[in-house]
Design a protein around this ligand. Structure first.
Ligand code: ZN
Ligand code: ZN
Length: 395
């Protein structure tokens, strides 16, 4: 019965939860600059009567708060991120971003409001808890190096047995809860490849080493890495996202080319292979045309690896807490998410909750200036957190 009572109370607080989300939505702050948002979160936690709150955890404004149960048991951590993006909002609403060029375009305002609503319900129910809850409000998910790694290094998971996170999904059906058996996101690397040739007069190619044509050879030939060199059952993406070469003139051969892109993989051996081939093939192709390269390869967030035993337990709980048709398995995604660092430290799972307004078949994706969520997903994601608390902390 208890879980049902918690859910009922969560529902009663729904309007307030939406008001918190709208406040954060109207006042977004980009990664590593979330001072006001952190103050807002801390103020709310204090108003619920939570007194164990650490601020400025890690390399930014991270917050770790604890609700200690009255009975012994495991400790579970629940994480919500709270940074916004450098995107100019194009959605007209009463709570539209008041800051030009900054927008909550990934739903992190929803994550935060939802976790706060859970904190409010649980803060006065310590008597019912066999174990403890650690609330992780994480800054800076969107920009490297991210906040998660530094929060783990600062000891956010020190006494934690299991860690959980939820991401809302603007294109997935409202209220569907998604779990994933293993990989929840990809190793997300980026690179800048500079090609140095020898520019010159457009009518005298024999006196130059054309950096533009070398660049096109590299872009074309490196398509073979994924199609011919990686194990087809281990996914890989190599995307060339930018190509800059030459100028306005019709008669000048390019001296340099700069190519940017991203590499996404799930497995460490494939990540090694793509990084290695990117370098060696570019070098050799450039050398064949008397040009040289300089590759800057940056390893970004690692892949999320869920803990299968935990997922099994969570799946069972979700099925008993929600209608069967609202619980579904989701396949691997090649996106990036720094929640991966929490799962590198402790067992747990990362879940998704559908937030697409019903009847909308063309919902805008995350990071889009017209990104929107159905706020009823905040209630569902809170219910999922409560289900996890019930599963692990009810003795
Ligand atoms: Zn995002
Ligand atoms: Zn996100």
């Amino acid at each position: 019965m208890t879980l049902e009572q918690w859910k009922q109370e969560l529902k009663e607080n729904y309007e307030e939860t939406v008001a918190w989300r709208r406040h954060m939505h109207a006042h977004p702050e980009p990664s590593f600059e979330e001072e006001e948002t952190a103050r807002f979160i801390k103020g709310k936690l204090e108003s619920f009567g939570i007194d164990d709150i650490q601020t400025d955890v890690g390399n930014g404004h991270g917050i770790v708060a604890k609700i200690k149960g009255s009975h012994p048991g495991p400790t579970i951590a629940l994480r919500a991120d709270f940074d916004a993006l450098r995107v100019n909002e194009e959605v007209d609403s009463p709570f539209k971003s008041t800051k030009p060029g900054v927008m909550h375009a990934c739903g992190h305002d929803g994550h935060t409001a939802s976790l706060l609503s859970v904190a409010k319900v649980m803060a006065k129910r310590q008597e019912e808890l066999h174990g403890n809850i650690v609330l992780i409000h994480q800054h800076a998910e969107e920009v490297l190096p991210g906040g998660a790694k530094s929060m783990v290094e600062a000891g956010a998971l020190k006494e934690v047995d299991y860690v959980f996170g939820i991401h809302l999904g603007s294109t997935e059906p409202l209220n569907t809860v998604y779990y994933n058996w293993q990989y929840g996101s990809a190793n997300s690397d980026s690179f800048t490849l500079k090609i140095q040739g020898k520019g010159g007069h457009g009518a005298a190619p024999h006196d130059t080493h054309d950096a533009l044509t070398v660049g096109t050879q590299i872009v074309t030939n490196l398509q073979q890495i994924v199609s011919r060199m990686t194990d087809p059952v281990k996914p890989a993406v190599l995307t060339f996202a930018g190509f800059q070469s030459g100028g306005e003139a019709y008669n000048i051969i390019a001296d340099t080319t700069e190519i940017k892109g991203t590499v996404r993989t799930l497995h460490a051996d494939i990540q090694e292979l793509v990084e290695g081939k990117l370098k060696s093939m570019s070098e050799h192709i450039a050398a064949a045309y008397d040009a040289t390269i300089d590759l800057i390869y940056t390893r970004g967030y690692p892949a999320i690896e869920n803990t299968p035993e935990v997922v099994e337990k969570v799946q069972e709980s979700l099925l008993s807490s929600f209608p069967e048709e609202e619980v579904a398995e989701v396949k691997e995604s090649m996106g990036g998410e720094d929640f991966a660092y929490f799962l590198k430290d402790k067992p747990g799972a990362f879940l998704r909750v559908g937030a697409c307004p019903p009847g909308k078949t063309d919902a805008y994706p995350h990071h889009h200036p017209k990104f929107e969520i159905d706020e009823r997903s905040l209630l569902r994601s809170g219910e999922v957190f409560l289900t996890l608390i019930d599963t692990y902390l009810q003795g």
